[in-house]
Design a protein. Structure first.
Length: 200
């Protein structure tokens, strides 16, 4: 029996990650009014950032890509956790009201992202930049959560800076996804700068 050709699930996972990250980062950067757009963020977190990335992760397992499978599945679960924790339909999962719990949640994802960052050193420069930006984004958001402003309505500069870096992260994710999509249709002209070791 001949092998069935498997489409590259990477662009799907990157698009889901990029769009959801962009929407949440716009809120963190205070680029739209507080309280607006939350529904859109939650819907994307549950369906696109969460569901689509989980699917991409499962398909990466099928294609034999351990890094992609672990990364997409992990961040898909991250977005689903965010959606559940902020939805009034699931009060048992809500922890965002506990500043320290949320800070430790973000710290855990900073560590996970650092692990993935190390893995990109043998893949390509586009993913290295993506995970470097994401690592610093999570670090700033973590520090902001551990040091909330005295008044809840005040601006937390660390969180705002993290929001801007999150926007940059989303742009790199879109670029990397576009490179994969174009390559799949024979337009392989957007470089991702492979860093995989050359066969001797």
């Amino acid at each position: 029996m001949s092998d069935v050709k498997i489409a590259n699930p990477g662009p799907l996972g990157l698009m889901g990650f990029g769009l959801t990250t962009l929407m949440l980062s716009l809120a963190n950067a205070k680029l739209y009014p507080t309280g607006t757009g939350l529904g859109a963020v939650l819907a994307l977190a549950l369906v696109y950032g969460g569901g689509a990335q989980l699917l991409a992760g499962m398909w990466e397992f099928r294609s034999g890509n351990t890094f992609g499978a672990t990364a997409f599945t992990s961040y898909g679960a991250f977005w689903i956790a965010i959606a559940l924790s902020t939805s009034t339909a699931f009060p048992a999962f809500s922890f965002l009201g506990d500043a320290h719990a949320f800070a430790y949640f973000l710290l855990g994802w900073t560590i996970i992202t650092g692990i993935f960052l190390l893995g990109t050193l043998r893949i390509n420069l586009a993913l290295l930049v993506l995970f470097a930006l994401l690592f610093v984004t999570f670090l700033l958001l973590t520090l902001g959560a551990f040091n909330p402003p005295a008044v809840a309505t005040d601006t937390n500069n660390l969180t705002v800076f993290g929001g801007y870096l999150g926007i940059a992260t989303a742009i790199v994710a879109f670029y990397t996804a576009l490179a994969g999509i174009l390559a799949s249709v024979g337009m392989d002209f957007l470089p991702t700068f492979s860093m995989a070791p050359r066969a001797s």
